[in-house]
Design a protein around this ligand. Structure first.
Ligand SMILES: [Zn+2]
Length: 332
């Protein structure tokens, strides 16, 4: 009898351990990543889809890619990099190109970046932002929160510096990159121009170099790797309006919990990169004005969140109206 009881006890214990193990394995994506890399390609919009980008294709072969995420209604760089990094609408941040070029931001800003949220929770976090367009590191990323900021106005040299940073053994929790040369060609030749697509191919080469350097340094294992764009370009070049070519942008993610071949829902915006970043690293979603959300079909076993429109009703109404105009003008 005693022996039978012992066997039952051992069996129950083993089953409990197995159940705990199973539960851990089924744990959500929340906090499942040690590091997030956000690679921004300024001006690329949705057009990565139509360019020759072998590196982008291999990186996101098992990832989730959306070419029709929406930009902020004012399709300029400041409003969109501002929204991508803060998770707050341009209507609230007012981070237009002039403001981000003129006004530095400090730790106590009303609309903190994801860097700032991470810093507040983790004083030891290694954070870095490598940009071609220096205004991002001037007027969007806060100045006194210990983010290593590097500005290099040449994408090739920027790539060299990024690779050197990782080869030197740095292991940041959040690393942001902004390439700018695609946008320059967009302004020159428009979103049908050959040089625009050729430059997309060149920057895809830089993307591949960065990715391979991360892999060589063992930094991809627990990483969420994101590529996004701030806006696109009209056919003649330029942006700021609400045509499809300007408002549709790429958001792509690769990582161990990302749905392979996932197609995000239609409410996805580039702003949502902020929510994806905090969620992956295990930081609670900020209150107040944060209106980024986790799209459906991004992370396995994680349902898409509703956008908290009541927090920012003006943005919701204006964005919806602008989208209707965009749709109508794209048909006629
Ligand atoms: Zn831009």
């Amino acid at each position: 009898m005693k022996k039978v009881l012992s066997v039952i006890l051992v069996a129950v214990l083993l089953l409990s351990v197995a159940a705990i193990g199973f539960a851990e394995e089924k744990d959500s994506t929340f906090g499942a990543y040690k590091r997030v890399f956000i690679i921004g390609i300024d001006g690329a919009g949705r057009f990565i889809k139509d360019a020759d980008t072998p590196n982008f294709d291999r990186i996101f072969k098992d990832g989730a890619v959306d070419y029709t995420a929406r930009a902020e209604v004012k399709t300029d760089s400041g409003p969109n990099w501002g929204a991508i990094l803060t998770g707050v609408s341009y209507f609230k941040t007012k981070l237009d190109n002039g403001v981000v070029g003129d006004v530095e931001r400090g730790a106590d800003t009303d609309y903190p970046t994801v860097f700032n949220y991470i810093r507040r929770a983790n004083p030891d976090a290694v954070l870095a932002s490598y940009c071609n367009w220096s205004s991002i590191n001037h007027g969007i990323v806060e100045n006194d929160i210990g983010v290593e900021k590097v500005n290099i106005g040449d994408d090739a040299k920027l790539t060299d510096a990024i690779c050197e940073y990782f080869d030197a053994g740095n292991d940041p929790e959040l690393f942001f990159v902004q390439f700018d040369s695609v946008d320059h060609e967009g302004h020159s030749v428009g979103s049908k121009g050959e040089a625009f697509f050729n430059q997309m191919n060149v920057v895809d080469g830089y993307l591949g170099r960065v990715y391979d350097t991360l892999e060589e340094n063992g930094l991809l294992d627990d990483a969420l790797f994101i590529v996004t764009a701030d806006h696109g370009h009209t056919t003649i070049g330029g942006h700021g309006g609400i045509t499809m070519r300007e408002t549709n942008v790429t958001v792509a993610a690769a990582g161990k919990t990302v749905v392979k071949g996932g197609k995000f829902d239609s409410d996805t915006r580039n702003r949502d990169v902020a929510a994806m970043t905090l969620y992956a690293l295990g930081y609670e979603k900020p209150e107040e004005d944060f209106t980024a959300r986790i799209p459906a079909n991004l992370f396995e076993e994680v349902e898409g969140e509703a956008r908290p429109v009541s927090k920012d009703f003006a943005d919701y109404i204006i964005s919806a109206l602008a989208w209707v105009v965009t749709l109508i003008t794209s048909i006629v």
